[in-house]
Design a protein around this ligand. Structure first.
Ligand code: ZN
Length: 102
């Protein structure tokens, strides 16, 4: 069934009205120059490149796209900086069969 109420697809923030939905062509903008996870050494210019599911609308009006992993890791930081987050990663759960919990 593909019948989904339009309000289910509409983010609560109207700022995203002009931003198209993410597609498989949208890729995570995170790089190791901007993401410093754990104690790993910096490795400049290495982009994540995974499919993007999280959109961050920055106060400047620019948008950054992140995969679910980086989006969730960076959400608090981005919000602190005034960004508004749209998380579309719920589609990942919809595509995952239940019963695989470890
Ligand atoms: Zn990523």
């Amino acid at each position: 069934m593909t019948a989904i109420a339009p309000e289910m697809l509409t983010p609560s923030t109207s700022a995203f009205d002009s931003i198209p939905a993410l597609t498989a062509a949208d890729r995570c903008d995170a790089t190791t120059t901007t993401i410093r996870e754990g104690s790993g050494t910096a490795n400049p210019r290495v982009a994540c490149g995974a499919q993007a599911y999280v959109t961050a609308l920055l106060p400047s009006g620019n948008t950054l796209l992140f995969c679910a992993h980086h989006g969730h890791n960076l959400e608090a930081t981005l919000v602190q900086q005034g960004a508004v987050i749209r998380d579309d990663s719920a589609v990942l759960q919809q595509n995952t069969k239940p019963g695989a919990s470890a």
